[in-house]
Design a protein around this ligand. Structure first.
Ligand code: ADP
Ligand code: MG
Length: 295
């Protein structure tokens, strides 16, 4: 663009005559942008061109605006893909977590962990506590934070993981699964301890911890204190070796307290004004969410 041009008219108004956004060039541009995988530029270039003309910004600023839009969208798409690949049963974040409901939990530590620096150090996290105290919620929130910070994440339950491992072994693709599990930056194993494991199951799970040791971070949630882990893994020696690896660099989240679900449904019932017994006759409490709906 010449300096003379700039003098009389806004640059973009001359630079982008409306004719360039229709006809063959537009078709070709659409084709090329698709091939270059620039869907946001394809979607936005015409609209942004009109804005650029209105505001009188030049070619470079127009292009910059488009490229920035593409970058922002691309980052969002990458995070979304990571979230899908993590296979979270639900997407939950710390924004919806009420720390006052669980005083035993170290809020500062959780907020620090949400910054994900522990993943760079390959530290582990173990959340221990009775049922309904938000362990899964915290696991999901830390998983989401890791996806947003650019780490690969996989979420599974202990029983689900053992099932997957056994199936992979039977189908002779155990090595591939083990490699995938070892490669993920953050592996979240929920609900260790709800179901006792078979000897093979315990060994396969031990292998996973072993292969991840000092290579990637693992979050484990469990309703059982460490002393009772032997009852899940069967063998004392195996449990010892596993705890050794898992707890070498570990942050413990102690989450013993009142069940949030139970507390919520009780609180709602109290707030409803009527006597609890009378009221409960007219409502259904969802055991998963604590949600109360009238009958
Ligand atoms: P746990 O895994 O310890 O059994 P969950 O994380 O499944 O408990 O929590 C049960 C339900 O209560 C979930 O819907 C969860 O989102 C909610 N919940 C638990 N604790 C809290 C909390 N402190 N603040 C907000 N929601 C919570
Ligand atoms: Mg849970």
């Amino acid at each position: 663009m010449s300096a003379a041009n700039k003098a009389d008219k806004p640059a973009a108004a001359q630079a982008m005559p409306s004719g360039t956004t229709s006809g063959t060039p537009q078709l070709l541009l659409g084709h090329h942008l698709k091939q270059l995988k620039l869907p946001t530029i394809l979607r936005e270039y015409d609209k942004v061109a009109r804005e650029a003309a209105r505001e009188g910004i030049d070619h470079a600023a127009y292009l910059l605006r488009l490229v920035e839009l593409e970058l922002i969208d691309r980052e969002r798409r990458v995070v979304e893909r990571r979230i899908r690949q993590a296979r979270f049963p639900a997407v939950k974040s710390l924004d919806t977590f009420d720390f006052t409901a669980i005083p035993s939990l170290n809020k500062m530590l959780v907020l620090e962990l949400a910054r994900c620096e522990y993943i760079l150090r390959r530290d582990n996290i173990i959340a221990l506590g009775n049922s309904g105290t938000g362990k899964t919620h915290i696991g999901l929130s830390l998983g989401l934070a890791a996806c947003q910070k650019g780490f690969s994440v996989a979420f599974t339950t202990a029983a689900g993981l053992v099932h997957q491992l056994m199936e992979a072994r039977d189908e002779r693709r155990l090595l591939k699964l083990q490699r995938d599990l070892a490669g993920v930056k953050l592996l979240i194993i929920d609900e260790l301890g709800y179901v006792p494991l078979s000897t093979t199951g315990a060994e396969l799970l031990f292998e996973v911890f072993s292969q991840r040791y000092e290579r990637g971070s693992t979050i484990v949630t469990s309703n059982l204190p460490f002393e009772e882990w032997t009852s899940v893994f069967g063998a004392e020696r195996l449990t010892g070796a596993l705890l050794d690896r898992l707890t070498h660099h570990v942050h413990i989240l102690s989450m013993n307290g009142e069940s949030y679900r139970l507390a919520q449904s009780t609180r709602r019932r109290k707030h409803s004004g009527a006597g609890a017994d009378d009221q409960s006759a007219n409502e259904i409490v969802d055991p998963q969410t604590g949600e109360i709906t009238p009958k």
